[in-house]
Ligand binder design. Structure first.
Ligand code: PMP
Length: 423
C-alpha cells in the first residue's frame, strides 16, 4: 500500500465540492474592518447621558460650552499622559479622530513645512515616506492623497527593519518621514522594541524628517502581558532630534469609534507649530465631549479597567481565529498567521499569488474579507500573499462561520495553485 502523503493537489476535488456547498449556503458575512462591535460600544453608553444637566465646567471653572481651550481639556490630557508617555503640556486633546490629526500634520507640512524644513514640503520636487509593510491602509491613503511617494520597508516583529530603513535613507534624500504603529501594529500585532525606537529616533536624516508614531493601540491588550510603554519623545530628545516624532492616539476603540477624542503629542516646538496652523482652522475642540470622557473614565486606572471589559468581549474572538486556522489550515501546512497580544487584527500570510484568489472566492460565497493588497502602499502587495483578518466587529457566531467559510475558500485557492504548479 502506498504511504505517500496526501498533498494539496490530491484534495482539489474535495476542496472544490466543499466550496460549492459553502457557496450554495448564500452567506452574507463581513470580516473587513477593524471596528468595535455593538457590545463594546455599549460599554461606554454612559456617554449618552454625560456630562449631564448643569455639568459644563472644568476643574479650573472654565465654561466648556464656549469657544477656547485650543489644547483640549487638561484633565483628559492628564488621564492619557502616562499611557502615551507624553507630558501634559505637550499633549493636545482635539477632535474625534486621530487620522484627522495625521492628515493635518502632513497637510500643514506640505503647505508650510515643519520646524527644520528649508521650505514647505509641497515645494519639494518629490516628497517620500517610508511605509513599513504590512501596514495600515488609511495611513497609506493619507500619504497617497497628499502626493507623497511611498516606499515600502519590511516590518519585523520588533518594528521596522532598521537596515532597510537606513539603506533607503542613504539612497534617497527625498524621504521626509515614516509611518509607525508601535504597539499591536495594524495588521500584524507587532510591538516595537525600545531598541528599534532608539534606532529610529537616531537615524541620520534631514532636520525635517518626521516619525508618525501612531500609538492607536497603546492600551488595547488582550492578554495579561503589558508592553513597557516607550517614551519615544524622551528618546528622540536624548538622540539630539527632539522634534522628530509626532505621537497620535485616540479613544476611538476605548469609547466610541465615531465620537471619541483624538490626541496629538510632540516636542514643545512641534506642538507650538501645530497649534499655530490649527488656530486658523478652529477656535477650540469639543470640550464637552472631552468632559464626558473624563467623567466616564475618571483615571488611568479607570481606563485600564474599561479596557479589561473590552478584552473580555474580544479575546474570545481572537482565540476563535487561532482555533479555526489551527484546525482547518495547519493540517495542510497552509498559511501562517500572527497571534497578537492586543490591537484589532491578525495577519494571515498565504502562498505567493493566492491572496487575491482566496478573497475573491470568499466574496463569491458571501464572505467579505479586507481586499488583498490593502496592507501595502498603492494597494500593491507584490507577493499577493498578505491577508488582514479583522475579528472584532461580527458576533462570535458570524465570525466563526466567516472564518470557516474563508478557510474553505483559501484551501481551494491553495489547492488550485498547487495543482497548477504540479501540472
Ligand atoms: N490608527 C490605526 C493604526 C488604526 O488601526 C485606526 C483604526 N482602524 C486608526 C488609527 C483610526 O483612528 P481614529 O479613529 O482615531 O481616526
Amino acid at each position: 500500500m502506498s504511504t505517500a502523503p496526501v498533498t494539496l493537489p490530491d484534495r482539489l476535488a474535495e476542496f472544490q465540492s466543499a466550496y460549492d456547498e459553502l457557496k450554495a449556503r448564500g452567506l452574507r458575512l463581513d470580516l473587513t474592518r477593524g471596528k468595535p462591535a455593538a457590545d463594546q460600544l455599549a460599554l461606554s453608553d454612559a456617554l449618552l447621558t454625560l456630562p449631564g444637566a448643569g455639568s459644563y465646567t472644568d476643574a479650573a471653572g472654565t465654561d466648556l460650552r464656549n469657544y477656547g481651550g485650543a489644547s483640549g481639556l487638561p484633565e483628559l490630557r492628564a488621564l492619557f499622559s502616562d499611557a502615551l508617555r507624553v507630558p501634559v503640556p505637550q499633549l493636545l486633546a482635539l477632535g474625534n479622530s486621530s487620522l484627522t490629526l495625521m492628515h493635518d500634520v502632513l497637510a500643514f507640512a506640505m503647505l508650510h513645512g515643519v520646524p527644520g524644513s528649508e521650505r514647505p514640503w509641497g515645494r519639494e520636487e518629490t516628497v517620500s515616506f517610508l511605509c513599513p509593510v504590512p501596514g495600515y491602509d488609511r495611513h497609506f491613503a493619507i500619504t497617497e492623497a497628499l502626493g507623497v511617494r511611498m516606499i515600502p520597508v519590511p516590518l519585523n516583529d520588533d518594528g521596522p527593519d532598521i537596515a532597510a530603513v537606513k539603506a533607503a535613507l542613504e539612497l534617497d534624500p527625498t524621504i521626509k518621514g515614516i509611518w509607525c504603529v508601535p504597539v499591536y501594529s495594524n495588521p500584524t500585532g507587532a510591538v516595537y522594541s525600545e531598541e528599534v525606537a532608539r534606532e529610529l529616533v537616531s537615524l541620520t536624516a534631514g532636520d525635517d524628517f518626521r516619525i508618525m508614531w501612531d500609538n492607536a493601540y497603546a492600551v488595547h491588550h488582550i492578554t495579561d502581558w503589558r508592553p513597557e510603554p516607550i517614551d519615544v519623545l524622551r528618546l528622540a530628545a536624548e538622540a539630539g532630534n527632539p522634534d522628530r516624532v509626532f505621537v497620535f492616539a485616540s479613544t476611538s476603540k476605548v469609547t466610541y469609534a465615531g465620537a471619541g477624542v483624538g490626541f496629538l503629542g510632540s516636542s514643545p516646538d512641534n506642538i507650538a507649530w501645530f497649534s499655530h496652523w490649527a488656530s486658523f482652522q478652529s477656535i477650540g475642540p469639543d470640550k464637552l465631549n472631552q468632559l464626558r470622557h473624563v467623567e466616564l473614565l475618571q483615571s488611568p486606572e479607570g481606563v485600564a479597567a474599561h479596557m479589561e471589559k473590552h478584552r473580555a468581549l474580544i479575546a474570545p474572538k481572537f482565540a476563535a481565529v487561532q482555533e479555526v486556522f489551527g484546525r482547518r489550515l495547519a493540517p495542510f501546512g497552509v498559511g501562517s498567521w500572527t497571534d497578537p497580544k492586543g490591537g484589532y487584527f491578525v495577519t494571515l500570510t498565504v502562498s505567493p499569488g493566492v491572496a487575491k484568489r482566496a478573497i475573491a472566492l470568499a466574496a463569491e460565497a458571501g464572505i467579505a474579507i479586507t481586499p488583498a493588497g490593502s496592507t501595502h502602499p498603492y494597494l500593491d502587495d507584490p507577493e499577493d500573499a498578505v491577508i488582514r483578518i479583522a475579528p472584532t466587529f461580527p458576533t462570535i457566531d458570524d465570525l466563526n462561520a466567516g472564518l470557516e467559510g474563508f478557510c474553505t475558500a483559501l484551501l481551494l485557492a491553495e489547492a488550485e495553485k498547487a495543482s497548477a504548479s504540479a501540472a
